[in-house]
Design a protein around this ligand. Structure first.
Ligand code: AMP
Ligand code: ZN
Ligand code: FE
Ligand code: FE
Length: 294
């Protein structure tokens, strides 16, 4: 047990969340204040393809009393599948291959979002300015959720989920992919940057179908450290299947809420990671980035 556990010894650790620096709806300070209200002891900030929120972590931790695991949710692509990989305690320096890949993904996300909006605007009343209006502050990571919010604001759909189902799904007519590294390249880049890699929600990769175990096996060979078995988009059978796979391959098993503020129904702390697993993540991380404690 580590030194910041509660008096009763139970630590509540959520290793997956987003702020408004990507496609969440809360700032980092507000995110950690909500984490405190949710009774969390530790929260990982894992915005898509960016470390832009990291500088705000020390103040958020001090104000909330909730420890932070600095992280990133790295986008990768295998054919038409989008595969998300959590990079925990990774070196955030701009010089790494990981940083280069993410910068490429961020700029290609802008081109891709513009193209999707162009395609959608042939059938629905929406323009690029409507999407820009949904992007908070200095955010440089534009994603489909921002287009979804613009569609909601324009009255085309009821909410983000309906936007994904009806307009933005990968199998739909408006979907455009963006440039991202292959999952194996991402896993290696995370390791090279001293981080710990965890395959995010493998049971819901495109929301259209599951990630084949054969691909996960390739990632294990490339150095994957863990699997996020506990996630809202896995049912009990899926979660059990992934836990079994993780045990057979000696992978760490994590859980996280994938909180996006009011952008998704996910609630902070709805899935948790065991304290022993966080201890092993800290042991493995070698990039000099540690957990930020109150
Ligand atoms: P992108 O990286 O731009 O392709 O968008 C992926 C983001 O969209 C992720 O943050 C997901 O959480 C979110 N997302 C994907 N599918 C759905 C869905 N069906 N409902 C709500 N959000 C979704
Ligand atoms: Zn997201
Ligand atoms: Fe994800
Ligand atoms: Fe996420």
């Amino acid at each position: 047990m580590s030194e910041w556990s509660d008096s009763d010894g139970t630590q509540r650790i959520d290793l997956h969340s987003h702020s408004a620096w990507s496609d969440g709806t809360t700032g980092v300070g507000e995110l950690f204040s909500q984490a405190r209200s949710a009774g969390l002891d530790v929260l990982a900030l894992t915005d898509h393809d960016t470390v832009a929120g990291w500088p705000e972590l020390p103040a958020a931790v001090a104000a909330s009393g909730v420890a932070a695991v600095p992280g990133i949710e790295v986008s990768s692509e295998e054919g038409t599948r989008s595969v998300h990989i959590l990079a925990l305690l990774v070196d955030p320096s701009p010089g790494t291959d990981l940083a280069t890949e993410m910068a490429r993904a961020r700029s290609s996300r802008v081109r891709r979002a513009r193209r999707m909006v162009e395609l959608i605007s042939a059938d629905h009343p929406i323009a690029w300015e409507d999407v820009e209006a949904q992007v908070a502050g200095d955010t440089t990571v534009i994603g489909r959720p921002h287009i979804a919010d613009a569609l909601v604001a324009a009255g085309v759909v009821r909410d983000r989920s309906a936007a994904f189902d009806e307009v933005l799904r990968p199998s739909g007519p408006y979907y455009v992919p963006y440039d991202a590294p292959s999952p194996c390249t991402a896993v290696r880049a995370i390791r090279d940057a001293g981080g710990v890699s965890v395959l995010a929600h493998p049971g819901s990769v495109t929301r259209d179908d599951d990630l084949p175990l054969a691909l996960i096996e390739e990632l294990v060979a490339a150095g994957l450290d863990g699997i996020e078995a506990d996630h809202r988009e896995h049912d009990a059978a899926e979660s059990a299947r992934l836990r079994d796979f993780a045990r057979r391959h000696d992978l760490l098993i994590t859980g996280g809420s994938d909180f996006h503020g009011t952008g998704k129904p996910n609630l902070l702390g709805e899935n948790l990671t065991a304290p022993e697993v966080l201890a092993r993540i800290q042991e493995r991380a070698s990039g000099g980035t540690g957990v930020i404690r109150p």
